[in-house]
Ligand binder design. Structure first.
Ligand SMILES: Cc1cc2nc3c(=O)[nH]c(=O)nc-3n(C[C@H](O)[C@H](O)[C@H](O)COP(=O)(O)O)c2cc1C
Ligand code: SF4
Ligand code: SF4
Length: 278
C-alpha cells in the first residue's frame, strides 16, 4: 500500500512521473494515490518513496526515515580500476574469512535489481571451510563416477586433460575456495536466468573493495542441477532453481598489473559497434 502524507506533500508530481506502471495518480485534492483495485499492479519498487523531496511517501510500510540518504559515489577512475583489475581468483588462503566480512558482503544483496522487481532471490552462503569440504567430497565422487561410467565423455569431451588432476583428487571445480555463494530464483520468476547472474556480479564487485577474491563457478551450476545430494545441502525453498554460483575467500595471489584485452570500436551513422577480441 502507498500512503502519502497530505500535510507534507507539495503536489510536485515527481512520484507520479517516476511510477513505471502508472498506478500512482493525483487524487481529487492533488495528493497522489493508487486507485483501489490498482494496487496489484504496483511493483513495490519504492521509486515514489525515493524520489519524493518532502519525504511524504510511505511504501508498503517502509518510511523515508528508514532509508539511507544519498551518499558520495566512487569516482569514475576508481570504478574503472576496479573493473579493470578484477581477476578470477583460483588460489585461496586456506582460512575462513572473518564473520564480520561475510556479513558485510551479503548486506548489499538487498539492493540487487531483478526483472519486474520480482525480488525473490535466495542466497546460500557457505561460511566455513568445513562445510565446503562436503561439497568438495561429493563433487569428487560425482566426477569420478561420471568418468567411470563414460557419461563424462558424452557430456564434456574436453574432460580428458583434467583426468589426471581429478584422479589425483585436485579440486578442479571449487578450486579449494573456503567459501561459496549460490544464487537461486523461483522457477516462476520473470527473469529467472538473468537475475542470479546480475546478483553475483554485484557481489563480485563489492567483494573486491573488501580485499576478497572471487571466481565464477559455472560448472557448479550444472553439478547442482544434476546432483540431488549437492542440491539438498543448499536447503532451497520449494520451487527454487539454482542460477549462479561464485567462490570466494582471501586471495593467495597478487597481480602486478591489469590485463590488456583487445577491443575495436567502429562508429558510423550515429551507431557504435564495440567488438571484443582475443
Ligand atoms: C533482468 C532484468 C530485466 C529488466 N527488464 C526491464 C525492462 O524490460 N523494462 C524496464 O523498464 N525495466 C526492466 N528492468 C528493471 C527492473 O524492473 C528494476 O530493476 C526493478 O524494478 C527495481 O528497480 P531499480 O532498478 O530502480 O532498483 C529489468 C531488470 C532486470 C534485472
Ligand atoms: S512502488 Fe513503484 S510501482 Fe508502486 S506506486 Fe510506487 S513507483 Fe509506482
Ligand atoms: S513527490 Fe512527494 S511531494 Fe511530490 S507529489 Fe509525490 S508525494 Fe507529493
Amino acid at each position: 500500500m502507498i500512503a502519502v502524507d497530505a500535510e507534507k506533500c507539495v503536489r510536485c508530481g515527481a512520484c507520479v512521473r517516476d511510477c513505471i506502471v502508472e498506478v500512482l495518480k493525483p487524487g481529487a485534492d492533488g495528493v497522489p494515490c493508487v486507485a483501489s483495485g490498482e494496487e496489484r499492479f504496483c511493483l513495490n519498487c519504492q521509486h515514489c518513496l525515493a524520489v519524493c523531496p518532502q519525504g511524504a511517501v510511505v511504501c508498503n510500510g517502509v518510511t523515508p526515515e528508514e532509508c539511507a540518504g544519498i551518499g558520495p559515489l566512487p569516482g569514475a577512475a576508481e570504478l574503472f580500476n576496479l573493473l579493470r583489475q578484477r581477476r578470477s581468483i583460483r588460489q585461496y588462503r586456506p582460512e575462513n574469512l572473518e564473520p564480520e566480512i561475510i556479513d558485510r558482503l551479503v548486506e548489499p544483496l538487498a539492493w540487487i535489481p531483478t526483472g519486474c522487481n520480482d525480488h525473490r532471490l535466495f542466497f546460500t552462503v557457505i561460511r566455513e571451510q568445513r562445510e565446503m569440504a562436503f561439497f568438495r567430497a561429493e563433487m569428487s565422487r560425482q566426477l569420478n563416477l561420471l568418468i567411470r561410467t563414460g557419461i563424462m565423455r558424452l557430456v564434456y569431451p574436453g574432460y580428458k586433460r583434467y583426468l589426471e588432476e581429478i584422479a589425483g583428487g585436485k579440486d578442479v571445480v571449487f578450486r579449494n575456495a573456503p567459501h561459496m555463494i549460490v544464487a537461486a530464483t523461483p522457477r516462476s520468476a520473470p527473469c529467472k536466468e538473468a537475475d542470479p547472474w546480475i546478483a553475483l556480479s554485484y557481489f563480485d564487485l563489492f567483494a573486491q573493495t573488501l580485499g576478497v577474491g572471487t571466481c565464477w563457478c559455472g560448472f557448479a551450476v550444472h553439478a547442482f542441477r544434476w546432483n540431488r545430494r549437492l542440491r539438498k545441502r543448499l536447503n532451497l525453498p520449494p520451487g527454487y532453481r539454482i542460477g549462479a554460483v561464485m567462490l570466494f575467500g582471501k586471495p593467495d595471489v597478487q597481480y602486478a598489473r591489469a590485463a590488456h584485452p583487445r577491443q575495436t570500436v567502429r562508429t558510423s551513422d550515429g551507431v557504435m559497434h564495440v567488438r571484443q577480441s582475443q
